[in-house]
Design a protein around this ligand. Sequence first.
Ligand code: GRF
Length: 203
Amino acid sequence: MRLAVLASGRGSNLLAILDAIAHGVLDAQVVGAFSDKAEAPALARARAAGVPAQSASPRGFASRGAFDEHLFSLVDAVQPDLIVCAGYMRLISDAAVAARTGRMINIHPSLLPAFKGLRTHQQALDAGVRVHGASVHFVTAELDGGPVIAQARIPVEAGDDAAALAERVLQREHPLLIATLRELAAGRVALVDARVHFNGHAL
Ligand code: GRF
């Protein structure tokens, strides 16, 4: 399975993918890493692993759609089977999403459908939930609203602040993402009529 990874920041999820491939845990190739931020550490991590990495700045584009047309032309050029948004912090235009339905996933640090958007750990603390976590979902036009493929849960503990929660959730994100990618690579998971199917059966 040929993977394109989109990342705006640190790139720990990208690194987890690269490590899983290097250790034979995931049968895939990262054929390109892409960012809206030239200085994203994720790009340096990709290059250090020999993965072609490119960035494009949204500045100078007249609209979100125009930028996405450019960015996704770079992505399409590496012919990915699957596009993985791993800390990609820009909204993606409806047209770019619609053209890739079922071929683009995102990892989000909350138990969706709770706590979409930003500052999810603070949102969880403010809501007083006892269980928090991360989700991997197919990307649709609704921000963080696409069909959920898999989730990992962690307990919220007394004294947790947003940073502590973020750290514990991140530790679970990496194995969650790898497990999900293994299912996708094996062809056991697909998006059919806007529903996640496992082994041909709707969830
Ligand atoms: C992760 O928490 C991911 O769920 C969120 O952004 C963060 C990215 O972390 N969407 P990294 O860049 O993979 O280290």
